[in-house]
Write a protein that binds this ligand. Structure first.
Ligand SMILES: [Zn+2]
Length: 157
Protein backbone atom coordinates (compact mmCIF):
# COMPACT_ATOMS: atom_id res chain seq x y z
CA UNK A 1 0.00 0.00 0.00
CA UNK A 2 1.16 3.47 -0.78
CA UNK A 3 -0.35 6.67 0.49
CA UNK A 4 0.21 10.09 -1.00
CA UNK A 5 -1.22 13.55 -0.55
CA UNK A 6 -2.49 15.89 -3.21
CA UNK A 7 -2.06 19.54 -2.42
CA UNK A 8 -3.56 22.54 -4.15
CA UNK A 9 -1.40 25.66 -4.20
CA UNK A 10 -3.65 28.69 -3.80
CA UNK A 11 -2.45 32.28 -3.90
CA UNK A 12 -4.69 34.84 -2.22
CA UNK A 13 -4.62 38.26 -3.84
CA UNK A 14 -6.34 41.57 -3.67
CA UNK A 15 -7.74 43.13 -6.82
CA UNK A 16 -4.83 45.58 -6.91
CA UNK A 17 -2.32 42.73 -6.92
CA UNK A 18 -3.71 41.25 -10.14
CA UNK A 19 -2.16 41.94 -13.51
CA UNK A 20 -4.01 44.41 -15.73
CA UNK A 21 -5.17 41.49 -17.88
CA UNK A 22 -6.47 39.66 -14.82
CA UNK A 23 -8.31 42.75 -13.58
CA UNK A 24 -10.03 42.93 -16.97
CA UNK A 25 -10.99 39.27 -16.64
CA UNK A 26 -12.32 39.76 -13.11
CA UNK A 27 -14.31 42.81 -14.23
CA UNK A 28 -15.83 40.77 -17.06
CA UNK A 29 -16.76 37.93 -14.70
CA UNK A 30 -18.34 40.36 -12.25
CA UNK A 31 -20.25 42.02 -15.08
CA UNK A 32 -21.49 38.66 -16.33
CA UNK A 33 -23.21 38.00 -12.98
CA UNK A 34 -25.75 40.63 -14.05
CA UNK A 35 -26.65 38.56 -17.11
CA UNK A 36 -27.50 35.39 -15.21
CA UNK A 37 -31.00 33.96 -15.24
CA UNK A 38 -31.44 32.68 -11.71
CA UNK A 39 -35.10 32.97 -10.68
CA UNK A 40 -34.86 29.82 -8.55
CA UNK A 41 -31.54 30.00 -6.69
CA UNK A 42 -31.17 33.81 -6.84
CA UNK A 43 -27.43 33.07 -6.92
CA UNK A 44 -25.85 34.88 -9.84
CA UNK A 45 -22.61 33.49 -11.18
CA UNK A 46 -20.47 34.96 -13.93
CA UNK A 47 -17.48 33.44 -15.68
CA UNK A 48 -14.98 35.00 -18.06
CA UNK A 49 -12.43 33.18 -20.18
CA UNK A 50 -9.44 34.86 -21.83
CA UNK A 51 -8.66 33.15 -25.12
CA UNK A 52 -5.41 32.94 -27.04
CA UNK A 53 -6.82 35.22 -29.75
CA UNK A 54 -7.26 38.00 -27.16
CA UNK A 55 -11.02 37.65 -26.93
CA UNK A 56 -12.74 37.42 -23.55
CA UNK A 57 -15.82 35.20 -23.56
CA UNK A 58 -18.30 35.40 -20.70
CA UNK A 59 -21.08 33.21 -19.41
CA UNK A 60 -23.66 33.33 -16.66
CA UNK A 61 -25.74 30.66 -15.00
CA UNK A 62 -28.98 29.96 -16.85
CA UNK A 63 -31.59 28.18 -14.75
CA UNK A 64 -34.76 26.43 -15.84
CA UNK A 65 -37.99 25.30 -14.21
CA UNK A 66 -36.78 21.80 -15.04
CA UNK A 67 -33.73 22.26 -12.81
CA UNK A 68 -31.43 19.71 -14.40
CA UNK A 69 -31.44 21.39 -17.80
CA UNK A 70 -30.03 24.62 -16.43
CA UNK A 71 -26.36 25.41 -16.96
CA UNK A 72 -23.68 26.92 -14.78
CA UNK A 73 -21.84 30.10 -15.73
CA UNK A 74 -18.56 28.27 -16.28
CA UNK A 75 -19.96 25.74 -18.75
CA UNK A 76 -22.04 28.43 -20.43
CA UNK A 77 -18.81 30.40 -21.11
CA UNK A 78 -16.74 27.32 -21.84
CA UNK A 79 -19.04 25.87 -24.47
CA UNK A 80 -19.69 29.25 -26.03
CA UNK A 81 -15.94 29.76 -26.36
CA UNK A 82 -15.60 26.33 -27.96
CA UNK A 83 -18.47 26.98 -30.35
CA UNK A 84 -17.53 30.56 -31.26
CA UNK A 85 -13.73 30.34 -31.24
CA UNK A 86 -12.85 26.68 -31.85
CA UNK A 87 -9.32 27.56 -32.94
CA UNK A 88 -8.52 29.57 -29.80
CA UNK A 89 -7.12 28.10 -26.62
CA UNK A 90 -7.98 29.02 -23.05
CA UNK A 91 -5.47 31.29 -21.33
CA UNK A 92 -7.07 32.14 -17.97
CA UNK A 93 -10.50 31.90 -16.33
CA UNK A 94 -12.27 34.02 -13.69
CA UNK A 95 -15.43 33.18 -11.76
CA UNK A 96 -17.44 35.66 -9.67
CA UNK A 97 -20.83 35.58 -7.94
CA UNK A 98 -23.55 37.65 -6.34
CA UNK A 99 -25.57 36.10 -3.54
CA UNK A 100 -29.27 36.05 -2.83
CA UNK A 101 -29.00 39.59 -1.44
CA UNK A 102 -27.78 40.77 -4.85
CA UNK A 103 -24.36 41.73 -3.50
CA UNK A 104 -21.07 40.21 -4.54
CA UNK A 105 -20.11 37.34 -2.26
CA UNK A 106 -17.29 38.13 0.16
CA UNK A 107 -15.40 34.88 -0.24
CA UNK A 108 -14.49 33.36 -3.60
CA UNK A 109 -16.76 30.78 -5.16
CA UNK A 110 -15.42 27.73 -6.94
CA UNK A 111 -16.84 25.93 -9.97
CA UNK A 112 -18.92 22.84 -9.28
CA UNK A 113 -17.42 19.45 -10.04
CA UNK A 114 -19.13 19.14 -13.42
CA UNK A 115 -17.73 22.49 -14.54
CA UNK A 116 -14.26 21.60 -13.34
CA UNK A 117 -14.44 18.44 -15.41
CA UNK A 118 -15.58 20.38 -18.48
CA UNK A 119 -12.88 23.03 -18.03
CA UNK A 120 -10.11 20.45 -17.54
CA UNK A 121 -10.72 19.18 -21.06
CA UNK A 122 -10.21 22.66 -22.51
CA UNK A 123 -7.04 22.99 -20.46
CA UNK A 124 -5.80 19.75 -22.01
CA UNK A 125 -6.62 21.16 -25.45
CA UNK A 126 -4.67 24.32 -24.58
CA UNK A 127 -1.60 22.22 -23.88
CA UNK A 128 -0.62 24.29 -20.85
CA UNK A 129 -1.88 25.25 -17.43
CA UNK A 130 -4.87 27.59 -17.42
CA UNK A 131 -4.92 29.60 -14.18
CA UNK A 132 -8.24 29.90 -12.41
CA UNK A 133 -9.23 33.08 -10.57
CA UNK A 134 -11.92 32.57 -7.93
CA UNK A 135 -13.31 35.97 -7.14
CA UNK A 136 -14.86 37.30 -3.96
CA UNK A 137 -15.45 40.90 -2.97
CA UNK A 138 -12.75 40.87 -0.35
CA UNK A 139 -10.41 38.12 -1.56
CA UNK A 140 -9.38 36.53 -4.82
CA UNK A 141 -7.81 33.09 -5.10
CA UNK A 142 -5.53 32.17 -7.98
CA UNK A 143 -5.10 28.47 -8.66
CA UNK A 144 -2.27 27.61 -11.06
CA UNK A 145 -4.43 25.41 -13.27
CA UNK A 146 -7.92 24.04 -13.68
CA UNK A 147 -6.60 20.55 -13.00
CA UNK A 148 -5.34 21.67 -9.60
CA UNK A 149 -9.01 22.24 -8.70
CA UNK A 150 -9.84 18.66 -9.78
CA UNK A 151 -6.69 16.62 -9.27
CA UNK A 152 -8.21 13.23 -10.11
CA UNK A 153 -10.20 14.39 -13.11
CA UNK A 154 -11.52 11.82 -15.53
CA UNK A 155 -9.42 11.91 -18.64
CA UNK A 156 -8.51 9.76 -21.59
CA UNK A 157 -5.51 11.95 -22.29
ZN1 LIG B 1 -20.95 24.22 -12.51
Amino acid sequence: MKEFNITVPVVELSYDELTAEERRLVDEARGATHRSYAPYSHFHVGAAILLSNGEVVTGANQENAAFTVGTCAERSACFYAGARHPEARFVEIAVAARGTDGKEVSDPVAPCGACRQALVEYEVLAGHDVPLLLVGKDRIFRLPSVRSSLPLAFSEF
